[in-house]
Design a protein. Structure first.
Length: 440
């Protein structure tokens, strides 16, 4: 495939490219009048402009580890929008990273999708350290639970010390607060060594409100006809464990982990953690004030937040305490009775899934049927059956009502799980039955 060359006769690509005789710096800035390369330890150099607003310069003095910025229109100093690392936050210089040095000589092949049990986590709040190394320490714990994949919430670099993840400014630069790119790679290798896959939660359709300069020199990147407004999450970030009792929580966990769909646990759910996950950021000045007021205004149409007094109770996203309240409490997870109970339940359910349900997924389902139970379909129960091509049938029956429901016909075969002890009669409230059998 023919490559497009820039004004320095190098491949025209976003971000710095390490070549045999230096580093090729590239910037697409179609609405800028001029661009200068500010390489640490070197005088400013004006970058030639090529077709379609591309600026390119080959620097023989740059190498991996070199820090650099761009100066737009002889005034505004900005990081590289395609930066792979910002050691001093998003407002500071970018650092040249050599991706070839981070590549594995033998690629990890991953696991079949049918085996995926995804555990979503936020690096900054998952461990006390809030780093890639902190996640790495817990990989064996996750493997022993039965987790086969972790999903890292957005790593895009953001202004300040912390962010809930969805306000990235530099989309290719992993947040330096979590560690260097080498630390992230070490986490990936450690996960792969335990046969744990790693997924990234990515956001490419909007930017955070602070220290985002792209619109100042690449107006064409944005379309004024489209705007995105994002509600953060629940006002107080409550988990399901705070909203329902333990029996219903057991029912929900069994439904998630024993259904033939790919399950995902949010960090701490395996132990019924009750720490909230709030909307938090570390903006300053006007951005912090607008975020605080906007957050409270977006909940004003809810009855629970109809007055200024009730809205004032909504945590300030930019208060340090909001971030700290969102960190997992590992003492409770490790030592509390509820934590031990739900961790054991999670492990048992995932063992059943691995041994009995994953083989069905791999063989392929050819049909699914469902029947609503009870007079009120919104508050009753459900009987769902999935059939494989070979005739195996997975059946899940659950009662969400507050009263007993008639017991539907159960498939002949093996009982994989029943939440409540078997008694004669109907389907008791909160009960769930999972069976594996052959079609009659």
């Amino acid at each position: 495939m023919r490559q497009t060359l820039g004004t320095a006769e190098q491949s025209r690509r976003h971000g710095p490219q390490i070549v045999d005789h230096g580093v090729s710096f590239n910037l697409w800035a179609p609405t800028a009048r001029s661009v200068e390369l500010l390489e640490a330890g070197q005088p400013p150099r004006r970058m030639p402009r090529g077709d379609d607003g591309w600026y390119q310069m080959l620097s023989p003095t740059a190498r991996a580890g070199t820090r650099y910025q761009f100066r737009i229109n002889e005034d505004l100093v900005v990081p590289d929008p395609a930066s792979c690392f910002q050691p001093d936050d998003v407002g500071g210089p970018s650092e040249v990273i050599d991706p070839a040095a981070l590549r594995d000589p033998v690629l990890y092949p991953g696991r079949p999708w049918a085996e995926a049990v995804i555990y979503e986590l936020h690096v900054g709040t998952f461990s006390e350290e809030g780093t890639y190394a902190g996640v790495e320490k817990k990989l064996a714990y996750l493997r022993d639970l039965g987790v086969t994949a972790i999903e890292l919430m957005p790593l895009n670099d953001v202004p300040g010390r912390h962010n809930w993840g969805y306000d990235g400014v530099l989309l290719n630069a992993p947040n330096a607060r979590y560690g260097r790119p080498e630390d992230l790679k070490r986490l990936l290798r450690a996960a792969h060594a335990l046969d744990i896959m790693v997924y990234l939660d990515v956001v490419y359709n909007h930017f955070g409100p602070q220290l985002n300069y792209l619109h100042l020199y690449a107006e064409n990147f944005f379309n004024p006809r489209h705007a995105t407004g994002w509600v953060g999450n629940r006002a107080f970030g409550e988990r399901l464990s705070r909203l329902i009792g333990p029996e219903k929580l057991e029912l929900a966990l069994a439904l998630v982990l024993l259904s033939p769909h790919i399950p995902m646990l949010f960090m701490g759910e395996e132990a019924a953690a009750d720490t909230p996950f709030l909307f938090f950021a570390n903006w300053t000045g006007e951005a912090a004030e607008l975020t605080r007021e906007g957050r409270r205004r977006e909940f004003s149409h809810f009855k629970a937040f109809a007055t200024p007094e009730t809205r004032a109770r909504i945590p300030d996203p930019c208060d340090e305490g909001t971030f700290l309240a969102s960190k997992l409490d590992w003492t409770s997870i490790d030592q509390s009775a509820a934590g031990a109970r739900f961790r054991a339940l999670t492990t048992r359910l995932l063992t059943i899934r691995r041994e009995k349900i994953v083989p069905l997924i791999k063989s392929g389902f050819v049909s699914a049927q469902r029947q609503l139970l009870g007079a009120d379909p919104r508050m009753g129960g459900v009987d769902v059956r999935w059939q494989t091509e070979s005739g195996d049938v997975l059946q899940i029956v659950a009662n969400f009502a507050g009263h007993e429901l008639p017991m539907p016909a159960l498939v002949d075969g093996e009982s994989l799980w029943r939440l409540r002890p078997h008694v004669a009669g109907g389907l008791r409230p909160g009960d769930i039955i999972v069976r594996l059998g052959r079609k009659r």
